[in-house]
Unconditional design. Structure first.
Length: 155
């Protein structure tokens, strides 16, 4: 095995793969396949995926679930010094919640040209939040395409 095929722990790629595992759980549960994790000090403190169908709650996006779980873990509402890894660009609702959480960094996979925050409110996030986009973009977008293709076939 060559060194390039090994994903080192604590890299953005390693953590995005963990978010993709959550997205696959959503896919299998017939939820829109978005997964998210929150990392603090190189430790995963929250894992989540979309639960809007299961909970019958339009706000149960992966990011919202991750924010709540991370805040509970930390014992406070601010996610300073934390990074969110999410497979799809956050929507306005999630970006607003992330802004209020003052999260330090967001890494997302696929862009969401229809509902992503950058389409409507690109300056919505906290001014100190660093954003990295396009990590594992093809894998993230492919999973969402497969999900909606499966939905269309079952109609």
């Amino acid at each position: 095995m060559n060194e390039e095929s090994i994903t080192s722990p604590f890299s953005d790629e390693y953590f995005m793969k963990q978010a993709m595992e959550e997205a696959h759980k959503a896919f299998e549960a017939d939820e829109i396949p978005v997964g998210a994790i929150v990392v603090c000090n190189n430790r995963i403190i929250a894992r989540s995926h979309n639960l809007t169908e299961r909970l019958n709650d339009v706000t149960a996006h992966a990011e919202m679930q991750a924010i709540t779980a991370a805040a509970n873990f930390l014992g406070g509402k601010y996610l300073i010094d934390c990074t969110l890894y999410v497979t799809l660009e956050p929507c306005n609702m999630c970006a607003g919640a992330l802004a209020w959480s003052q999260i330090s960094k967001i890494v997302y996979g696929a862009s969401d040209d229809k509902r992503g925050y950058t389409r409507f409110s690109p300056s919505l996030l906290h001014p100190k939040t660093e954003v990295v986009s396009g990590l594992m973009e093809e894998e993230s977008a492919g999973l969402i395409r497969d999900f909606f293709a499966r939905k269309r076939m079952s109609l």
